[in-house]
Design a protein around this ligand. Structure first.
Ligand code: FES
Length: 149
C-alpha cells in the first residue's frame, strides 16, 4: 500500500485503522503543498507521531510502506540498519544512531480519529520536549513533542 497523502491540518486516519501495536506512514502536505513523510505509532501507552527520517542518515526508516516496527513489535526499527527506537519517545537504543531521537511530529486523537497536531510544534532536528499522553480512544490526545536544543 502506498503512503496516504494528507493535509498538514487534516485528519490522518481513524485510530482503529492502526493495530495496537502498529504503525502507519503518511505524506503530509503543508500550505505550499510541500510534502513531509511522517508515521504514527500506536502502542499500549498511546499514539506518537514521528518524521520518517533516521537521525543519523536522514533517510526513511521503512523499506515497505507502514513497515516501521521490528518483528516483535516492541520497537520502531530502521529497515536499512536494524537500529531500534523506543516507540514512546523515539530514542534510539541500538544501532548507529544510539542516543539520538527521531524528530517528533505532533498528532492529536479526537473522537477516535488521529489528526495532525499543531504544525508549529514540529521542530525537526532540534532537542526534545515531552508532554503527557492520554490513553488511546479517550477524548483529546495531544502529543506536543518537539525538539529543541
Ligand atoms: S539510517 Fe540510521 S539507523 Fe538506519
Amino acid at each position: 500500500m502506498r503512503e496516504t497523502v494528507r493535509r498538514l491540518d487534516g485528519i490522518l486516519c481513524d485510530l482503529a485503522e492502526i493495530a495496537n501495536p502498529g504503525a502507519r506512514g503518511f505524506v503530509v502536505l503543508d500550505d505550499d503543498d510541500l510534502p513531509m513523510k511522517v508515521f504514527v505509532v500506536r502502542h499500549d501507552s498511546g499514539v506518537r507521531g514521528y518524521v520518517n527520517r533516521c537521525p543519523h542518515n536522514r533517510i526513511p526508516l521503512d523499506f515497505k510502506p507502514d513497515d516501521f516496527l521490528n518483528l516483535g513489535k516492541t520497537h520502531i526499527q530502521c529497515a536499512t540498519h536494524g537500529a531500534l527506537f523506543l516507540m514512546g519517545d523515539g530514542l534510539c537504543v541500538e544501532g548507529p544512531c544510539r542516543g539520538k531521537r527521531l524528530d517528533a511530529f505532533p498528532v492529536t486523537v479526537l473522537n477516535g480519529r488521529i489528526q495532525c497536531g499543531d504544525p508549529r510544534q514540529t521542530r525537526v532536528g532540534q532537542g526534545d520536549r515531552h508532554s503527557p499522553l492520554d490513553p488511546p480512544g479517550k477524548g483529546t490526545k495531544t502529543l506536543n513533542r518537539s525538539r529543541e536544543k
